[in-house]
Design a protein around this ligand. Structure first.
Ligand SMILES: NC(=O)c1ccc[n+]([C@@H]2O[C@H](COP(=O)([O-])OP(=O)(O)OC[C@H]3O[C@@H](n4cnc5c(N)ncnc54)[C@H](O)[C@@H]3O)[C@@H](O)[C@H]2O)c1
Length: 315
């Protein structure tokens, strides 16, 4: 495989274009807005330069950018591609219409993968003739810095399509996880939902400030989560591993889970409390600069993670 199409190149599609071009693929870039395609070309050039400055891209920026092929129509974009990464807006009626078009144009065997954050593939591919080639390949924004992707099949997705998509993701340097079936929130947002539910509960009950909840993660849990997940964390937190940890602390966590079992809505009053506190640290006008700071930190941490893990492997 050497040619991929990115269909819809706003926030996520632009970053996907970089991922595929960086990995050496020719990338047909299509958006219904010609201006969005031009913005993507500019974005990829500037983001590749930023990555190079962090040591995260060692190739030639001009060569990588030359792999981007703006397409004036879906037909032009899909010519000769084996894989389509669709990143159109998160509206089911847009995706339903688009998948009918993609399926009619794409060559047999071409994978149609959606970046959707929350729509099950069944909700927009059910009417598609060759729907076995459709699935969700959900990135965490921005995918050129965050490698995780969630692969979620519809009930009719061919298992071979899921495997081929996983291989493509690995080939472009992403880190795929596979779900066995559709579920709301996939994996990442289900985990995030559990954490956010408890974070809001702690603030609502006056146990601590929003800033202290953030600190509990950024100066506590998050340091380990930077390079290992919750299961490996607990495996290493008892002398003899996960079974001993669960024997010792399972009853405590079960008790906590019962306290947390009653889900709460995030009331307007509670959201205002958190909003007011956040604005004291970062005024609304400072949010864009703070986002840029986050992205710079992210790139530096990704570079550091690669270096540190390689050094530790070598020990
Ligand atoms: N933004 C995120 O943080 C994020 C993270 C993960 C996944 N996603 C998912 O990625 C998808 C895109 O999100 P986004 O934030 O990049 O949206 P966006 O609004 O930034 O970009 C969408 C792009 O699609 C184009 N478009 C609209 N209709 C089209 C069509 N029929 N054909 C081709 N292009 C079309 C628009 O012109 C626009 O450039 C959504 O499904 C979203 O849920 C977003």
């Amino acid at each position: 495989m050497s040619r991929i199409a990115v269909v819809g190149c706003g926030v996520v599609g632009s970053s996907w274009s970089l991922v595929f071009a960086r990995a050496g693929f020719e990338v047909a870039v299509y958006d219904q807005s010609a201006a969005a395609v031009q913005d993507t070309l500019k974005f990829v050039r500037s983001a590749l330069a930023d990555l190079a400055a962090q040591g995260l891209f060692t190739g030639d920026v001009d060569t990588a950018c030359a792999r981007l092929k703006p397409a004036a129509s879906l037909e032009e974009a899909l010519a000769g591609v084996d894989y389509v990464q669709e990143s159109a807006p998160e509206r089911v009626e847009i995706k339903r219409a688009l998948y009918a078009q993609l399926d009619a144009i794409a060559a047999p065997g071409t994978i149609l993968a959606s970046s959707t954050s929350g729509l099950p593939a069944s909700s927009f591919t059910e009417h598609v003739e060759n729907r076995a080639r459709c699935l969700v390949v959900h990135p965490i924004n921005p995918p050129h810095l965050i490698p995780l992707v969630e692969l979620v099949p519809a009930p009719w997705t061919d298992p071979d399509v899921l495997e081929r998509a996983a291989k493509i993701m690995e080939a472009v340097g992403q880190s795929p996880i596979r779900l066995s079936r559709e579920i709301n929130g996939f994996v990442v947002n289900r985990l995030q939902s559990a954490l956010l539910g408890e974070a809001f509960r702690l603030v609502e009950d006056g146990l601590c400030s929003a800033a202290d909840v953030d600190k509990a993660v950024s100066d506590g849990l998050g340091l380990r989560w930077f390079f290992m997940g919750p299961f490996e964390t607990i495996d290493l937190n008892a002398q003899n591993g996960v079974a001993e940890y669960c024997k010792n602390l399972g009853p405590m966590y079960y008790g906590l889970a019962k306290e947390q079992a009653d889900p709460r809505e995030w009331s307007a009053k509670l959201v205002k409390t958190v909003e007011d506190e956040r604005r004291l640290t970062t005024p609304a006008t400072g949010l864009p600069a703070r986002r840029s700071w986050r992205d710079r930190c992210l790139a530096a941490f990704v570079a550091a993670k690669r270096r540190v893990l390689a050094e530790q492997e070598a020990v």
